[in-house]
Design a protein around this ligand. Structure first.
Ligand code: COA
Length: 434
């Protein structure tokens, strides 16, 4: 009986949600769209009040975040994705600043323990196990701790291994939906991104264990690694960029000290090709975010090279990556987890890579951070900074040395202004030799 669960409709399943409940949604491509729609219908019929919703990032529509559901749903996300950005900036939705490594802790230690969790899983295997597929992150913690777990069996969810595999007994209410997972394909890298990719790739040694962050830059870096050897992957997310490197044998995990030979991640988002890649693949472990993002676990591998991006960096090395001034654009994510883990790893390199200017020509290297911008990576954590104009290592450098190094990789159109600002800040001793 357990391997043939009783299936109910999405409408029936979401009846378990009550006013004042906290509901956790499975994330990224696994967001349970059918249950979200059914829940929103209940919201429209005013059957619910003050229901808190939480998730990392969900792909697809997120109507629950907006004005329509004021007083019905309150989104408290752990990351501000594109589909909830406007509603978060307008104040309808809210954001909980939290290291990605600790999102699971918020749930397991009771700060955000859900009453109901909604997940999508692959069809049960012959042993009565299902897989959380492309997103384990903090959703496993929600499944472990929620009063009620609703599971949607979807044949398009890849049967991923690692912590993703859970026994059917963890799920209380079953539904079905065979809607294909949402995909995303990165735009081809621009000339600037290719130049950044080359500068960052030059820092990556053979035998390195890679973490790639979010945004366009990580893919541009991966494109430059075709001639490297024995790379490994221990990351929080990956996308299509690693597939050609696996095919070529460049990524083989041979130099890793833990999870040797395996690609380790906690979520992913990409094309159908990348979802197919993790399906039934014992070479990929989809793990709890408390494992992938623990700085102590990360540091166990040698030459961990973490590549993340930023919105703005000041000339002393303070990194803002989550907001544009006061406007929240994304979240802390796993940036600090991996910057720290890479710094502690033997031969590790923590890299922040970004274009020197925005698409509107504003310098991303600034004398001081914009008013309201928060520091994600502190000036004490920062090591390498890469732009299309070069790569510098701020670690162990004084404030004035840092300013000189940062100006040296700024866009030439902005170097003079930055130099003047540094001169005003540090006095006549400061001199940038460009
Ligand atoms: N001033 C004003 N606007 C800026 C800006 C600045 N200094 N820097 C970026 N922007 C704007 C861009 O113009 C762009 O605007 P648009 O959407 O209107 O075109 C927007 O912000 C996004 O910039 P972009 O450079 O395209 O961002 P990205 O997709 O490469 O992502 C981060 C960069 C920093 C937002 C992303 O890496 C992130 O979310 N990081 C935090 C979390 C993290 O690092 N996690 C680790 C692994 S997941």
């Amino acid at each position: 009986m357990k391997f043939n669960p009783t299936i109910v409709s999405a409408e029936e399943a979401v009846k378990v949600v009550k006013t004042n409940d906290r509901v956790h949604l499975h994330s990224v491509a696994c967001a349970p769209q059918k249950l979200i729609q059914a829940l929103c219908e209940r919201g429209r019929r005013k059957e619910l009040k003050n229901v808190r919703l939480q998730h990392l990032h969900t792909e697809g529509p997120a109507p629950y975040a907006g004005a329509e559901f004021e007083g019905v749903f309150q989104l408290e996300s752990f990351f501000v994705g594109h589909n909830v950005r406007k509603d978060t900036q307008a104040g309808y939705a809210d954001y909980i600043p939290i290291f990605l490594s600790e999102t699971q802790r918020l749930i397991r230690e009771g700060y955000c323990r859900p009453n109901v969790v909604m997940v999508q899983v692959c069809p049960p295997d012959k042993h009565g196990y299902v897989s959380l597929g492309t997103s384990v992150d903090c959703t496993l913690a929600a499944v472990e701790t929620a009063d009620t777990v609703i599971g949607v069996i979807n044949k398009n969810i890849p049967r991923a291994f690692g912590d993703a595999m859970i026994p059917m007994s963890m799920i209380d209410i079953w539904c079905e939906d065979d809607t294909p997972l949402l995909t995303s394909t990165p735009a081809p890298a621009s000339e600037i991104e290719i130049a950044i990719g080359k500068n960052a790739a030059a820092l990556i040694e053979d035998g390195a264990t890679l973490q790639m962050g979010i945004g366009a830059i990580p893919n541009a870096v991966l494109c430059q690694l075709g001639n490297h050897k024995n790379l490994g992957v221990h990351t929080e997310m990956f996308a299509d960029g690693i597939l050609p490197l696996v095919e070529k044998g460049v990524v083989n995990g041979a130099a890793k000290k833990i999870d040797k030979g395996k690609i380790v991640s906690t979520f992913l988002m990409g094309s159908k090709e990348v979802y197919d890649f993790i399906d039934d693949n014992p070479g990929v472990l989809m793990m709890d975010v408390g494992y992938t993002n623990s700085e102590f676990i990360i540091a166990k591998n040698p030459r961990v090279t973490a590549i993340n991006s930023a919105i703005q960096i000041d000339i002393t090395g303070q990194v803002c990556a989550d907001s544009i001034g006061t406007k929240f654009f994304s979240g802390v994510g796993g940036q600090v987890d991996f910057i720290r883990g890479a710094s502690l790893s033997e031969g590790g390199k923590a890299i922040i890579a970004m274009p020197s200017v925005t698409n509107k020509g504003i310098s991303k290297i600034a004398p001081v951070l914009d008013l309201g911008a928060g520091v994600v990576t502190t000036r004490n954590h920062i090591h390498w900074v890469v732009t299309e104009h070069g790569a510098v290592n701020l670690y162990g450098k004084t404030l004035q040395e840092r300013a000189m190094l940062m100006i040296s990789i700024a866009h030439p159109d902005h170097q003079e202004t930055l130099d003047k600002a540094a001169f005003e800040r540090f006095g006549p001793h400061f001199h940038f030799v460009g």
